[in-house]
Design a protein around this ligand. Structure first.
Ligand code: AMP
Length: 210
């Protein structure tokens, strides 16, 4: 099962992707996580990506496309994958379709998680992540409820950067919802509900594919 997860920053893609990966046998490909790890390790990729990420801009298509192409060559993606945060531009969507067809694979579903932008701004302001296990929580989590690790705020979750990320989303990424509708792959879910309710809808969509 090959899944694309679409949605604005803070729509809950990461949270839902973690639940999908825990239940279905698919590889989790989060370009944001890969880029953040590269920034932390100060690799050439990380050094190139950092200034774009800090400003809430998209990392250039060529860089991200190459990264995903390499990741899709790894064996664990053959059983299925979930792309979380990719594609984010029309160029990336076309490159993905081309690469998958070269690999003899297809996207089975593109799930768009819809959340109002005012809700997103509030969510991102209070979003905190666990430094140890990556758990996504809120400012009310003094420590990670899963592993007791330290919670931190992403640099790009600060107010000014968030506004830019939402603008970038509207301009570059939101049109992909129509792109995937046109490909007859789109499934939409209302993300402005409790995590478990959103997941129940996603699960029933995925179970119709199995
Ligand atoms: P995310 O964790 O998905 O919100 O991504 C964090 C940041 O990484 C984004 O604001 C971009 O700067 C960069 N990024 C992640 N995925 C992509 C992508 N598909 N294309 C371009 N930049 C990306």
């Amino acid at each position: 099962m090959n899944i694309v997860l679409l949605g604005a920053p803070g729509a809950g893609k990461g949270t839902q992707a973690a639940k999908i990966v825990a239940e279905y046998d698919v590889a989790h490909i989060s370009t944001g996580d890969i880029l953040r790890a590269a920034v932390k390790a100060q690799t050439p990729l990380g050094l190139e990506a950092k200034s774009f990420m800090d400003a809430g801009e998209l990392v250039p298509d060529s860089v991200v496309i190459e990264l995903v192409k390499e990741r899709l060559k790894e064996k664990d993606t053959e059983k299925g994958f979930i792309l979380d945060g990719f594609p984010r531009t029309a160029t990336q969507a076309v490159a993905l379709a081309t690469e998958l067809s070269a690999l003899g694979r297809d996207i089975d579903i593109a799930i768009a998680v819809a959340v109002d932008s005012e809700v997103i701004v509030e969510r991102l302001a209070s979003r905190r992540l666990c430094r140890n296990c990556g758990y996504i929580g809120t400012a009310s989590d003094a420590s990670c409820p899963v592993c007791s690790g330290e919670m931190y705020q992403r640099d790009d979750d600060r107010a000014q950067t968030v506004r830019n990320r939402l603008d970038v989303y509207e301009k570059a990424t939101a049109p992909l919802v129509e792109y995937y509708r046109g490909c007859d792959l789109l499934a939409e879910v209302d993300g402005d509900r409790p995590v478990e309710e959103v997941y129940a809808d996603i699960k029933s969509m995925l179970d119709t594919l199995n």
